[in-house]
Design a protein around this ligand. Sequence first.
Ligand code: G6P
Ligand code: MG
Length: 221
Amino acid sequence: MIKAFIFDLDGVITDTAEYHYRGWKRLAEEEGLAFTREDNEHLRGVARRESLMLILKDRVYPEEQIREMMERKNNYYLAFIKEISPRDLLPGAKELLAEIRAAGLKNALGSASKNAAEVIERLGIRDLFDAVSDGFSVERQKPAPDLFLHAAAQLGLRAPECVVVEDAAAGIEAAIVGGFRSVGLGPAERVGRADIILPNLAGVRLTALLNAFEPIPPNDK
Ligand code: G6P
Ligand code: MG
């Protein structure tokens, strides 16, 4: 029985995945490091420090410099999100959140971002969430299941009662390891391990989703 949905934020509800990319791209250019959009695909859903480590590859930097680079990228990101408004909601996201609530089910946010609370405030959707789990909630980041387990616990539910909605390979992995059902948004090369794969949330209706997970048994009288 499905009782709740746990939504990732960046790339699912709003296109801040693009702003994270631009922030890292600018930092990489300043540091003379190669960093392409293709490289960025591996950073989706990956926390700030781990993202920087993937960009630095095997180069070794003192901790102080690592912190400075993380802060610099975050400042670029913060400048981007200052402009966010409800117009930046991805198609179908708010409609689905509202439909879930209207059906008596719950919504949680499960984002690795430390800026997630500010983004959902600016998008005007804070009230549609029963629980928010973000970059401050757990130590071990995706692909560990901890963040989604934290969200489920806040809702008072068990993993099999919740569906995780994600655009990142690391997020789908976290959902599988945690025992959650999952909807993957994007190409199969990225989210192919999800139970259900969709291009995005545009036109996605709750009843169709629930039926896809729990097909109504055929009437074989
Ligand atoms: C999400 C995004 C990642 C980002 C991470 C940390 O998982 O998909 O691109 O690196 O959050 O975000 P933060 O805002 O804390 O740097
Ligand atoms: Mg994401």
